[in-house]
Design a protein around this ligand. Sequence first.
Ligand SMILES: Nc1ncnc2c1ncn2[C@@H]1O[C@H](COP(=O)(O)OP(=O)(O)OP(=O)(O)O)[C@@H](O)[C@H]1O
Length: 301
Amino acid sequence: MSTPAGETPEEITTEHPDAPPSLDSEVAQVVAPDRDIEVAVGDNLVEIRDLTVTFGGLTALDNVTFDIKRGEILGLIGPNGAGKTTCFNAMTGVYKPSGGSVQLEGHTLNGRKQHVITRLGLARTFQNIRLFGQMTALENVVVGLDARHKTSVPGAIFRSPRHRREEKSSIEHGMALLDFVGIADKAQELARNLPYGYQRRLEIARALATEPKLLCLDEPAAGFNPAEKDELMQLIRTIRDDGYTVLLIEHDMRLVMGVTDRIVVLEFGKKIAEGTPSEIREDPKVIAAYLGEETDDDGAA
Ligand SMILES: Nc1ncnc2c1ncn2[C@@H]1O[C@H](COP(=O)(O)OP(=O)(O)OP(=O)(O)O)[C@@H](O)[C@H]1O
């Protein structure tokens, strides 16, 4: 299966979904048979050192240093404009840092192209959903799986046995991933026709298709009601239990406090705190940073 010529991911917004089906841990085994299921939090997977990004005279990220440990869910929070998305963009090759470094398992990511960073094991979702709207949910995931395939271009053109094998396993693997995120019932629907919550889950499935070591989620709960946020929290936990490491940008404090192991807090581009959710909740610098910020429906900033 291939991407339609010239189509680029588009931002899609539709109404909210009905409650998606529940998750099945057996599916997790099918999705990622080679992973250590329910890995413990371990050594450093990612090391970010003195990361700095400037836009003209504005320093959006100012000498930020933190680690992401293997198997953890790390929250990246901060008031509007604090530099969270800039940090994601610098990690994933969208922006070129003006200083500092990002290392994943000892591989330097800064200066590398986005597809190389994806291959090294870092995948992300976006604040504004980006899907191939004219493709089905399954095709959107298979595109992500294609990033892992080894068939040569001639092999694909002449449909070599290997290519046919990979295509078949792509469909099975893609279906397992849709099942894993709870939207297998919509596999054949065009992405643009999916309810909003399904689109968010589809973005996660597509990111997981690249077999990332680190999954970066940029405000995955934006636009969700409290029940949908609870389901998303459960999905994020299941993703971690399946052996992935998760970096989460999220404004909803109840979600962040409920799902993360540790939190890094940015304000005006600088790291102002790092700790467990209970440490962060009590930190006077964090409380001061959030004073005057608008809170989400059920978030307590
Ligand atoms: N491409 C860009 N060009 C110029 N300035 C930018 C660019 N991207 C971000 N900025 C600026 O960098 C600062 C940090 O923005 P960023 O989007 O990273 O913050 P954020 O913490 O993700 O905010 P939010 O929670 O509102 O999404 C802001 O002052 C923003 O205006």
